[in-house]
Design a protein around this ligand. Structure first.
Ligand SMILES: N[C@@H](CCC(=O)N[C@@H](CS)C(=O)NCC(=O)O)C(=O)O
Length: 211
């Protein structure tokens, strides 16, 4: 059986949602740095010390949300979380996955690490303002692309939605309101209400995720 290393309220929630949407069998292993739970085990598996980590049924180790999401979706193509190899639809979904990983998620880093970047309060404010501006540009882009759609690539929930939902949720923690974005607000509620997403949010104690 697969093993899944995750930590609550982190980007690993995206892969957790994919696992539940696909009804795959897996052993969840929680990592907590605060409680020193499974941290040394994680560090042995991933020298970067980051979640998510997936151990395949054959005992191989996979890191990085993008790769794990793709691998999981391919375990059950009938669930249509990712279209087949060589299709335009697959590349479109992967384009959104790449956007979330490389653009959206990274834009939050200055918020979470601002005290490591600078001790100066003025500099910290400037850094956070810069990050907020970037995040708002990306939210505008998402809002425009959700017009007339239930999910980011159309009417089918995909791995891109599992990841996008997870990272948009971080706006609440950095106090960037998404309430004026009508499409995003409806989208977040739509994904939140999916039974598999509810199951993950319950397990990760995150039922207060929506703004
Ligand atoms: N590019 C990596 C990012 C992984 C990542 O940054 N994980 C964070 C949680 S969102 C983490 O484990 N941070 C702990 C640490 O780096 O000490 C991926 O997509 O998997």
């Amino acid at each position: 059986m697969m093993k899944f290393y995750f930590s609550t309220s982190t980007c690993s929630t995206a892969c957790h949602i994919a696992l539940e949407e696909l009804s795959l069998e897996y052993t969840p292993i929680e990592v907590s740095w605060k409680r020193d739970l499974n941290v040394s085990e994680l560090n042995k598996l991933n020298p970067l010390g980051a979640v998510p980590v997936l151990i395949s049924a054959q005992g191989k180790t996979l890191t990085q949300n993008t790769a794990i999401l793709e691998y999981l979706a391919d375990q059950k193509p009938s669930a249509q979380l990712l279209a087949g190899n060589g299709t335009w639809e697959r590349s479109e979904t992967m384009s959104w996955v790449a956007f979330v990983a490389s653009d959206l998620q990274k834009a939050f880093t200055p918020f979470f690490q601002v005290k490591d970047i600078s001790q100066s309060e003025t500099a910290q404010t400037e850094i956070k303002d810069f990050a907020a501006k970037k995040i708002k540009t990306f939210l505008d882009h998402i809002e425009n692309n959700l017009a007339g759609k239930n999910y980011i690539t159309g009417n089918q929930f995909t791995i891109a939605d599992a990841y996008l939902f997870t990272i948009i949720g971080w706006t609440k923690w950095v106090k960037i309101s998404t309430l004026e974005y009508k499409n995003i607000t409806n989208y977040m509620k739509r994904v939140f209400d999916r039974p598999a997403v509810q199951s993950v949010l319950k397990k990760e104690n995150m039922l207060d995720y929506l703004q």
